[in-house]
Design a protein around this ligand. Structure first.
Ligand SMILES: Cc1cc2nc3c(=O)[nH]c(=O)nc-3n(C[C@H](O)[C@H](O)[C@H](O)COP(=O)(O)OP(=O)(O)OC[C@H]3O[C@@H](n4cnc5c(N)ncnc54)[C@H](O)[C@@H]3O)c2cc1C
Length: 475
């Protein structure tokens, strides 16, 4: 065999000899994959069907030792590289086109210590791997709401889910992180060790190296939680949302809510006539005491007569998997987000208007009610800066026909632009679109924390070996 051509850090195509590749292969427990190898296609493809990148080389790591070896190889040959965990970031940044991918997706072990209420989670784990191990102990880590997404990307950029109002962002529940830095050093970071890097990793993403494991604090959750699902006609959305906003302003933090604008789903439990109609859905989880659930949730269920009410008790793990099938692999997606400091008539009118004009029935506009524990952590306590906003809008354009991509992307960008005029809030990096306007996104994501982040980046990854979603070096 004749070696391969691969992009280097400067963006030039260079040769890697067969000897270099063989030598690398010998040092790995994991697998070296190039085009044509079994596993290459599976490893290069990500969740978002809009992404079609072809890396020259993929290193599938099985252990931290493999990650160290992979990083040494990247450093030695100065290669353009990326890190792949769950492969669910909508931007597709986990795949370096024509470069090298360090793929940790096989490293999925989770170890729970029920006495200490902690879990050590390898960085390729999916949320479902974590929930499966914690659920038997009636414990949970505050992560996201779809079990097939990756723990690593979610956590390194914040992490919001059903426990956010009560326990904060995923990063607010970390005890330690292990990482192979962009200099090739294996480090443990925590409030006691390498504090500056621990600070930076909590929000700063994949800019500093390859994380190999996270240690989370866990929290008790009842084995059955109350899950609220109601739907209302879109023409009543302003009335309903005003009542929801006012109620949530003083609701207990065990209640988490997402208000989702879209179309009534085709479910047998819902009157067929309503299927596909524009609607506002309320999706909530009350994770407090079962006996208080009705009292807490009912005021939201009785604002007006709903089209449908599927509220029920559910196992925590079931809730975490409830929305999995709405987001199949390979479909076309473009997701953006913007924080809001207010939810008033102007905002609600825009949300209703764009719901009517959405080019795809599969699309939703999701309002996350975030007010709670994450706001009480000072913005300078971790790299994650945007903690003051009570609401976040997730603009989720989802469609199937490739000739409809422009219409769907334009719709999402137009909605973003309209909302942008009404708020000082920037984007949440876990829903980052195509990472357009990198410089502006960096400044809005990190605010006053950007200068400190740049210093820490210079210390642990001076050559920008790991560019992350947004490269802190480029600010
Ligand atoms: C269906 C769906 C539901 C979602 N729900 C939620 C939700 O409820 N809450 C929420 O907050 N977000 C949610 N998200 C967003 C999701 O959290 C992000 O897309 C996240 O980045 C996905 O993580 P991943 O590991 O799959 O990412 P990948 O695509 O594998 O990686 C994304 C980036 O993260 C960095 N990275 C990944 N692994 C490592 C590592 N080991 N070391 C260093 N850097 C690394 C790299 O920069 C990489 O480019 C959802 C996304 C989808 C598709």
């Amino acid at each position: 065999m004749n070696g391969i051509k691969i992009k280097n850090l400067g963006g030039k195509m260079v040769d890697l000899s067969e000897e270099h590749l063989r030598d690398m292969d010998d040092r790995l427990r994991g697998i070296l994959l190039r085009k044509g190898d079994e596993g290459y296609e599976e490893s290069r493809k990500v969740w978002n069907g809009m992404v079609d990148k072809k890396p020259a080389l993929i290193i599938r790591c099985f252990s931290p030792a493999d990650v160290i070896t992979a990083m040494d190889f990247v450093l030695e040959h100065r290669l353009k590289s990326s890190i792949r965990a769950g492969g669910h970031n909508v931007s597709g940044a986990s795949i370096a086109d024509q470069g090298l991918v360090i793929d940790v997706s096989q490293m999925r072990n989770v170890h729970v210590d029920p006495d200490e209420r902690t879990a050590v989670v390898e960085s390729g784990a999916l949320l479902g791997d974590l929930d499966r191990e914690t659920a038997p102990f009636d414990l949970a880590a505050p992560v996201g709401v779809v079990s097939e997404t990756g723990v690593a990307g979610l956590t390194l950029h914040g992490g919001v889910g059903w426990l956010t109002r009560k326990h904060g962002l995923s990063i607010d529940n970390l005890k330690s992180i292990e990482i192979v830095t962009g200099r090739g050093d294996f480090l443990r970071t925590s409030e006691e060790e390498n504090q500056d890097l621990f600070w930076a990793l909590r929000g700063g993403g994949g800019n500093f190296g390859v994380v190999t494991a996270f240690e989370f604090d866990l929290h008790p959750v009842a084995s059955m939680v109350s899950v609220m699902i109601t739907a209302y006609p879109l023409e009543d959305s302003v009335k309903v949302m005003k009542a929801v906003r006012d109620y949530m302003a003083s609701a207990p933090e065990e209640l988490m809510l997402i208000a989702s604008y879209g179309r009534v789903p085709e479910m047998p439990e819902i009157d067929e006539e309503q299927h596909g109609e524009p609607a506002l859905m309320l999706l909530g989880c009350y994770s407090g005491k079962e006996e208080s659930a009705e009292e807490i949730i009912d005021p939201l269920r009785t604002i007006i007569e709903p089209i449908a009410d599927l509220t029920s008790l559910m196992k925590w793990k079931e809730l975490q998997q409830l929305f999995d099938e709405d987001y199949p692999d390979g479909k076309l997606y473009y997701w953006k987000s913007i924080y809001l400091d207010r939810l008033d008539d102007d905002v609600m009118t825009i949300l209703e208007k764009y719901t009517r004009s959405q080019p795809s029935d599969d699309t939703t506009i999701d309002i996350w009610f975030l007010d709670g524990a994450m706001n009480r952590v000072p913005p300078e306590a971790t790299a994650f800066f945007n903690r003051q906003y009570p609401y976040m809008v997730g603009i989720e354009a989802n469609w199937s026909e490739s000739d409809r991509s422009e219409a769907n992307i334009t719709w999402a960008r137009d909605l973003y632009s309209e909302l942008e005029k009404l708020t000082s809030g920037g984007s949440y990096l876990n829903f980052p679109g195509n990472l357009e306007k990198e410089e502006i996104m960096l400044r809005s994501a990190y605010g006053d924390n950007l200068e400190r982040l740049k210093q820490i980046k210079a210390k642990f990854d001076p050559d920008n070996i790991m560019p992350g979603l947004l490269s802190i070096s480029s600010a």
